[in-house]
Write a protein that binds this ligand. Structure first.
Ligand code: PLP
Length: 408
């Protein structure tokens, strides 16, 4: 083991398991080994009881009926089940889905597959704060629209969409409303029924539970929503998702939900103070610092910050042995692409490439944030001191107006 200091500020990628979650899971690997579908012996009954208990804990967190929770292997599967499952189930009613350009790939790729299957998908733009325009949403609805899919909070910027207003539009037009709520559940109050959401995907490993277990909420009454199973087999989960249930994982998910319900408010209050401190001090220490996304409507623990004229990937390399964050660039096979989410907000390639996402979590300490501020300040200053572009900027050259020539 290294004795280097390690700071984890990448909680939107995944959260560490809370030790209390791990303690709850342990007996279900060995002491209670049953299959929750084995109805004819005590091992199976004990496993089923544990799953039922966890289902109650999870339903309680989001204020729904436990029968409305369908367990899956994670949110990617839940997103696919919601989109493809609704598309297949309601194909006689229509084939049009509306979603947003800044959705997670699990939604966008499922939508692309639906287009290949003959569906029509409208991808809405967002404004420079990352928010959709409600009039554009309403105008996009046709008599063939069966589903509107809008994520609750964005994974890169933390921006929260106007969910209740979207729910009202869906209600008015009799269209189903699905939300990928992965980044919101367990962190802020999420109540799909009160919001008019009929299907909702979420996952344990973004709320201090284990990886590899998630859920889809499917509304049972007014309206009674159905999805066509995408995984066929033994008819588990009311026929919507077959496969032996991951009992230890589900027990951990349940415990994580129970803890989130109790601790969410205090976690959010503490983390938003730390996040604000991070943004404020970085902006005070350095020039040309930009906060990306709506600061009024966003998650309490996320900061997406661009350090102009500094390449985010390069910056990360100056401290990533010690501080884990994410950059606004994505490696594709051929090149480093700017994040499509930040591009959708209207950021140019330079600002998108110079962005860093900090996502704080339950185990982040104030000293971690202080250390990060100091290291980032050093790293950005160092990189700018080496940069000819920065030198030109300091000499008063308008960098954005330069037309860079090509070598060939
Ligand atoms: N949706 C969003 C917004 C996410 O952030 C993630 C995780 O990165 C997913 C879906 C996928 O979740 P899972 O890892 O449980 O498949």
């Amino acid at each position: 083991m290294t004795n280097k200091r390690l700071i984890y500020l990448d909680n939107n990628a995944t959260t560490p398991c809370d030790p209390r979650v791990v303690d709850a899971m342990v007996p279900y690997f060995y002491e209670v080994p049953g299959n929750a579908a084995s109805r004819n012996h005590p091992f199976g009954w004990a496993a089923e009881e544990a799953v039922d208990y966890a289902r109650d804990q999870i339903a309680d967190l989001i204020n729904v009926d436990p029968k409305e929770i369908i367990f899956t292997s994670g949110a990617t599967e839940a997103d696919n089940l919601a989109l493809k499952g609704v598309y297949e189930m309601y194909s006689r009613k229509g084939n049009h889905i509306i979603t947003v350009k800044t959705e997670h790939k699990a939604v966008l790729d499922a939508c692309q597959k639906i287009e290949k299957m003959g569906g029509q998908v409208t991808y809405l733009d967002v404004d420079d704060k990352g928010l959709i325009n409600l009039e554009e949403l309403e105008a996009a609805i046709t008599d063939k629209t069966i589903l509107i899919s809008v994520m609750w909070a964005n994974n890169e910027t933390g921006v929260i969409q106007p969910m209740k207003a979207i729910g009202e539009i869906c209600e008015k037009h009799g269209v189903l409303f699905f939300s990928d709520a992965v980044q919101a559940v367990g962190k802020i109050p999420v109540d799909p029924k009160e919001t008019g959401v009929h299907l909702m995907a979420f996952t344990a490993h973004k709320m201090y539970g284990p990886k590899g277990v998630g859920a889809l909420f499917v509304n049972r009454k007014k309206p009674r929503v159905k999805v066509t199973a995408q995984v066929d087999g033994g008819g588990h989960e009311r026929g919507m998702r077959s496969g032996t249930l991951n009992v230890p994982g589900i027990v951990g998910f349940g415990k994580a939900a129970e803890l989130a319900k109790k601790e969410m408010a205090q976690d959010a209050a503490r983390l938003s103070k730390l996040r604000d401190k991070l943004e404020k001090e970085l902006s005070a220490n350095l020039e040309e610092v930009y906060i990306n996304g709506s600061v009024e409507n966003r998650m309490p623990h996320v900061a997406n910050v661009s350090f102009k004229h500094v390449e985010g990937e390069g910056l990360m390399m100056t401290f990533n042995q010690e501080i884990a964050v994410s950059s606004g660039s994505a490696c594709t096979s051929a090149s480093l692409e700017p994040s499509y989410v930040l591009v959708a907000l209207g950021l140019g390639d330079d600002l998108a490439h110079s962005s860093i996402r900090f996502s704080l979590g339950r185990f982040t300490k104030e000293e971690d944030v202080d250390y990060t501020i100091a290291e980032l300040t050093k790293g950005v200053t160092h990189m700018r001191n080496l940069s000819p572009i920065w030198e030109m900027y300091k000499e008063g050259v308008d960098i954005d107006a330069i037309e860079w020539g090509s070598e060939h």
